[in-house]
Design a protein around this ligand. Structure first.
Ligand code: TPP
Ligand code: MG
Length: 288
């Protein structure tokens, strides 16, 4: 990827973080930590990897994206709005009764949502079914999934992981947003699956571990699926929870953020600082 393309993605990621803040402003609270940690993954998906058409969200040949960890929906709404699936003003309804952007994604309320999620541990099974169905139809479309690392505590995932490898679903790529935290503490304290990469390999998956905030790593690796023919592909993406909001980064108590004016201002300042850095980068690249 050349420098200009990378810069464009970084600017889009900033816009998505701003959209997340806009949602929180409307709803006054939300699952911000896991939304912010996966901004680069979701930006790469919606602005580079997914073969989709916002004007025709049910196009049968589209790639599917399943947000298994449905509580991360702020990042999904933010990206769908930025990609043009619906008007950005919809974001301002977050927290209102009957909003199309509720606390967990609802496929009946918003274009671009493939399936309802929120109860952790079900997205991988649903995605496996989609991948099988697409293969039966001889479709070139692929299924992409985003899971949380704490979500792996749900036993149903491991049944779905076995089924995906048994059925050789190599039209499927799963990202694990490995921010090392879940709702109540470190993932390794709540329910440890270490070593995580070896665990998945033993379930028949082809696994790579990357920096989940590095666009080059995300895109270069995701573009190479299947990593091994006949195996489902998995990317363990190392991330920082609440990435971008300095006061909240890596802190478990910002899994769900009840906002207040003081922290809201800090968040805005942090995003303004990122914007300044990107502007400098742009000027420098223009000089080269
Ligand atoms: C079946 C189920 N059990 C419990 C919850 C409550 N819950 C919501 S988020 C969460 C923690 C998820 O942690 P992780 O997957 O690591 O998400 P992230 O760190 O990306 O926010 C839990 C336990 C739920 N949504 N579904
Ligand atoms: Mg987590």
């Amino acid at each position: 990827m050349d420098k200009t393309e990378l810069l464009k993605l970084e600017i889009t990621a900033l816009k998505i973080r701003r959209n997340i803040l806009r949602l929180i402003k409307a709803g006054e609270a939300g699952h911000v930590g896991g939304a912010l940690s996966s901004v680069e993954i979701v930006t790469a998906l919606y602005f580079k990897l997914l073969n989709i058409d916002p004007a025709n969200p049910k196009w049968p040949q589209r790639d599917r994206f399943v947000l298994s960890a449905g509580h991360k929906c702020l990042v999904l709404y933010a990206a769908l709005a930025e990609r043009g699936f619906f008007d950005e003003s919809v974001l301002d309804t977050y927290g209102a009764l009957d909003s199309p952007v509720p606390g967990h994604p609802n496929m009946h309320k918003l274009p671009g949502i493939e399936t309802n999620t929120g109860a952790l541990g079900h997205g991988l099974s649903i995605a496996g079914g989609m991948a099988l169905g697409l293969r039966l139809e001889k479709s070139p479309a692929r299924v992409y999934v985003l899971m949380g690392d704490g979500e792996l505590a749900e036993g149903s995932n491991w049944e779905a992981a076995s089924a995906a490898s048994m059925h050789k679903l190599d039209n499927m790529l799963v990202f694990i947003d490995r921010n090392h935290l879940q709702i109540s503490g470190k993932t390794t304290d709540v329910m440890s699956y270490e070593p995580l990469d070896e665990r998945w390999r033993s379930f028949g998956w082809s696994v790579r571990v990357i920096d989940g905030h590095d666009f080059n790593a995300i895109i270069n690796n995701a573009s190479e699926i299947p990593f091994e023919k006949g195996k489902p592909s998995l990317i363990i993406a190392d991330t920082i929870k609440s990435k971008g909001f300095g006061f909240a980064e890596g802190k478990v108590n910002y899994h769900y953020w009840k906002s207040n004016p003081e922290e809201m201002e800090k968040a805005e300042q942090d995003l303004d600082n990122i914007e300044d850095q990107l502007k400098e980068k742009m000027e420098r690249s223009g000089d080269e």
